[in-house]
Design a protein around this ligand. Structure first.
Ligand code: ADE
Length: 256
């Protein structure tokens, strides 16, 4: 299936082979089905110097090598011809921290270009001349290149495509969807090394299960990601559920 609605991504990378890691599970199936299509452009193929070199020492001195702007610009101009309406993303540790909001917005586009840097960085004139729309980082740490970050973004965006997931609802149930962490999940067996599944999940009472899950989601977010919780305006029902969670936690600790 290739249709007008195919989610198309051109990736500019020195290591296209790394992206074979996306050929598995949900994302692998979506690629096979044509829900999404990946195209690669390699700056090495655009090298202007002998032996395919595309890096050089930094002006002003300093350690490591810098990616030259010209081979990357040649790639982005080729990508432009294939995807004239593409939104341009550069993966870099100095970008905005990637969130579910970015993923939701980016997955609405039909054409994306993702640029993966390597070495100690990219000549700034590339970013200026290539009209990059958004610079994104997957965390406050430095990877050896943007490829793993691009793969994380591609995976998250493909999950959001209609029909990519078996159960159409599950992308909406993902953690962060409503700004909360997900409630814990359980499957068979009912008892594992003396640990039982919470009895409410076996009750068949769907309203009570929904409420329990909401309480767990609120409680976990309060415990582990206060930064997320502080961005939300909790309803009085949610506040009551969270208080319940907090007192149950205290009681649990008293009994230990
Ligand atoms: N390239 C190197 N480190 C990165 C990071 N943390 N996020 C995105 N791209 C990167």
């Amino acid at each position: 299936m290739t249709s007008k609605s195919t989610f198309k991504i051109a990736v500019i990378t020195l290591f296209p082979e790394m992206f074979t890691a996306l050929n598995f599970g949900v994302v692998g199936r979506a690629l096979k089905q044509g829900i999404s299509e990946l195209t690669y452009l390699n700056p090495r193929d655009e090298a202007t110097r002998n032996h395919g070199y595309i890096d050089d020492t930094p002006y002003g001195g300093g350690p490591g090598m810098i990616m030259q702007a010209a081979p990357l610009l040649a790639c982005i101009r080729k990508a432009d011809k294939i995807f004239p309406h593409a939104y341009r993303i550069l993966l870099t540790p100095t970008g905005q921290p990637m969130t579910h909001e970015h993923v939701k917005t980016l997955s609405q586009h039909r054409e994306l270009i993702m640029v993966c840097g390597r070495y100690e960085g990219i000549d700034q004139r590339f970013t200026d001349l290539a009209h990059i729309d958004l610079e994104l980082s997957i965390g406050d740490f430095v990877l050896s290149g943007g490829e793993i970050a691009a793969m994380a973004l591609i995976d998250a965006c493909i999950r959001q495509q209609p029909h990519a997931l078996g159960d159409a609802q599950s992308a909406h149930q993902d953690s962060f969807c409503e700004g909360l962490l997900e409630a814990p999940q359980y499957t068979r067996p009912k008892i594992l090394e003396n640990k039982t599944v919470p009895s409410i999940l076996l009750s068949g009472n769907h309203a009570a299960i929904r409420q329990w899950r909401r309480k767990q989601a609120l409680g976990r977010t309060w415990q582990y990601r206060l930064d997320l919780l502080s961005r939300l305006k909790l309803s009085s029902t949610d506040q009551a559920l969270l208080s319940d969670y907090q007192s149950e936690l205290n009681q649990g600790e008293e009994h230990e």
